[in-house]
Design a protein around this ligand. Sequence first.
Ligand SMILES: C[S@@+](CC[C@H](N)C(=O)[O-])C[C@H]1O[C@@H](n2cnc3c(N)ncnc32)[C@H](O)[C@@H]1O
Length: 730
Amino acid sequence: MPTAVLMAPSALDATPHSKSAHASALPQATSISSGFVALSNGRSEHMNRPTASSADVSHPERGRGVFATRDLSAGTVIDISPVLLFPADEYEQHGQHTQLDSYTFVWRRSKEGSEMALALGLGSLFNHDPIAPNVSYTLDHSSQVIRFTTARPAQKGEELCISYGAGRMWWEASEGESSRADSHNELDEDELLRLGQGLDEDWEADKGIATMQHINRHGLRNGHPVKPSASSSDHGPRDAALSTTPSLASTAQPRSAVAQGKQPERGRLWRLTEAIDPESAPLELLPAWVIDVEPRRTGAFVSFQQAFKKAVQAAGVCEDPQLIVRHLRTYRKTMLSPPAGAEASSAGHSRPAEKPRPILQGMICAQQNMPSKEMLLELLVRLGASSFTVNGGEPTPYLVDVPADPAPSRSRLADWTSYWPTNHQSRGNDCAGLQSSNASVPLIVDRMKDEQLWTPEALQWARSHLRKCVDLALEAKSKGQVPIAARVTLPFHLPPWRGGGVPRTTSSGTTHTSNSSSRAGEDSPRSDGATTCEEPQALRNAAAAAIAAADAAAVTSAPIEAAAHDTRIEERNPLKHAVTNVIKTVASIRSEREKERHKLLGHSLADTRTPSPTVAGARSTQEEVELGEEHRASALIAAAGGGGGGSGGNESPARVLYFLYPSPGAGGCCGAATGKLLGGRDGGPYAVHEQSGLNHRFEVWRWLGPLDEDATEEDSAKLKQELSIDGLEP
Ligand SMILES: C[S@@+](CC[C@H](N)C(=O)[O-])C[C@H]1O[C@@H](n2cnc3c(N)ncnc32)[C@H](O)[C@@H]1O
C-alpha cells in the first residue's frame, strides 16, 4: 500500500553489504596478484614470485604504483580486489575529509550521494594515466570486488595505470596554470592533425567537458556507473583486453546544477519514466577486435579494412563487419613503451632514456561479427597486415570493450571517448524531451528541461499540496486509520488556454481559474455580426441564453480541489483506500455542480444529458477521477490538464501524478521494486503510465529530498516513522 510523505532515499539504491554478503565475496577475491606485479616502494614480499625490482622505480610525483614484473599480454587479470564499502552519508560526513578520499572509487550512486569503495590489495595503488591507461577495471557489485585487467600488452617493468577519469585531477595545477591533462589533450590534437585524422567539433567538445569537470576535484568520485558488455566474462586470459575502463565525470545530479556548482535543491521533483536521460544513461560496451597500427601506415590500414569487408562477406560471416561500430572512430591513440631495461646503462656508458612513442590502435570490427580469432588472424596475414603493423611485426589482434552506441549527448562524449573515440547523437526534435503524455513512449527525456520547469514557485506549489497530504495522513492516523492521503487539484503548469492561471473562488463557491471564468458567449452577440436594430428582443434573448449557458458550463468546468484519507479500517472495507475515497469526493462535487448547472439552464435533471464541455479545463475532473482509479496504489496528488515539462505546446490534456513515497515492494509506475531512480529508465518494472496499450498515459513525478525546506534528517526520519512507511503492506 502506498503512503504519503517523504521518500526513503536509502531504499532506492540499496546495495547489500551486510557482513555475510561481504564475507561470501571474499573467497572469490584474490587480492595481490599472481606473481607478475610489484609495488614501487619495495614491498615485494607481497608478490608470490617477485621478479622485478621495485624500490628503484618509485616515482617522485606519483609515489607508489603497480609495476609489471614480467611481460603481460592484453587481458591478463592483474588483481581482484575485495572492497570495503562506505555508505554515502558516512562517506560524506567522514571519509571524504580523510586520506581515503584519494583512494576511493564510486561504487554505486543513490539520489543522496554515492556509496564509495576502498579497494583492498593492489586496487588502491594504481596511479592515473590520462592518455593511455594500460589497465581497465570492472566493478562487480554482486561479489563486491573490483577486477583489474591489462587493457593491452605490457612489458616487464612498465607501470600499470588506470584512468581516474577526464579533466584535471586534484593534485594537478590549479586555474590558470596549464594542467597536465590539458597539455596532453593538445598533444592528442596535434598528433591527430599530423596523422590526417583532422579535428572536428567532437574533439573540441571533449575539451569543453574536461574544463567543466574541473569543478569537481574528485576524479575517482566522478566515475559513472557503466554497464559492462555481456561478453566481458567470455574474454579468455590471453585474448581478453578491456572489460571496462574507468569512466569519466558525470554525476547523478542534474548536470546543470553541477556545472553551476550549485547544491541540489532541498526537495525537488523527479520524473519517473522509462525514457533514457542522456545525462545519466548507462554506457554499454561491446568487445571489438583492434590491432596496433604504425602511425605512418594508416593508408595501408584503410585499404586492409576495405579488403577485409569483402573477404568477410565472401566467407559468409557477415554482410558488413564495420556496421555496428560505425559510430566509432577508426583509430585511438595509445603509447608504446620502450622495451624494459632500454634506459639501463650498457657497458658502463649510460644512454639517454627512450621515451614512450605514440602508436594507433585501429578498429577492425565487433567481435560478434568475427567470433573466430583464428579466422581473423588468417585474414590479417592473407591481406598483408604487416604493411601497417607496428615495426612490421606479426599481426596481433586483441579485444577491447568499446561503446556499443554513440554517446547520447555531446556532454557525455568524454565518457564514451574514454573507451574509444566515439560520435555523439545529435539532439534533434525527436530527442528534445518528452513529447507529451499522449505520445507514444518517449525515447529520451530532457532532465535539464525538467529541472528548469520546476521553478521555486512551482516547487512551492507541489510542496504545499504534498504537505497537505501529509497533514491529512497524520490526521487519519490520529483517528486510527492507515496514514495515507490523496488529493486532486489543478496542475501548476496548466497552460492558460487550457484553464491555467491563478485559481479564484466564484460567488457560487466553486473554485475555478481566471481563464475558465471568462464567459465564452459574452462577446458573441456583437462579434458575430448578427446584432441589428431590427431584432433587439431576439438578440437580447440570445445573449441571455448564451450567458446562462456559459454560467452553466463554468459551473461544471471549474477545477475541483478534493482530498481524502484512507478509511479501510473504519469502514471495514479493503476498497476504501485514500484514492478511491478522493474519487468519490470528486464524483459528489461533480454531481452537485451538475444539479446547479441544470438549475441555471432551467432544465429538469430528468430531461437533460451532460453536454460536452465547452470551456477549457472542463475535462479535468473526469481525467482526475480516471487517474485516481488507475493509480490508487501510489497516488498522492493527482492533477490533470497541463502536466510537467516537455509538453512543448501540445494541446491535448496531460495527466499528472505526484507522490512522495512508493509502496514498499510494489508500485506500477514508481520503480519501487527495482530502485532504478537516477540511473535512467526508472519507470519501474511495469511503467503503467507509459504503456502504449493503455488509453490513459500520464506523467509521474516523485518528490525527492525533504518535504520541508528546513527539515533535518532526523525530522524526515521521524515523519517517515510517524507515517509507518516501512510497516505498510505492499
Ligand atoms: C589511488 S592513489 C595511488 C597510489 C599512490 N601513488 C600512493 O602512493 O599511495 C592516488 C594518488 O596517487 C597520486 N597519483 C596518482 N596518479 C598520479 C599521477 N599521474 N601523477 C601524480 N600523482 C598521481 C596522487 O597523489 C593521488 O592522490
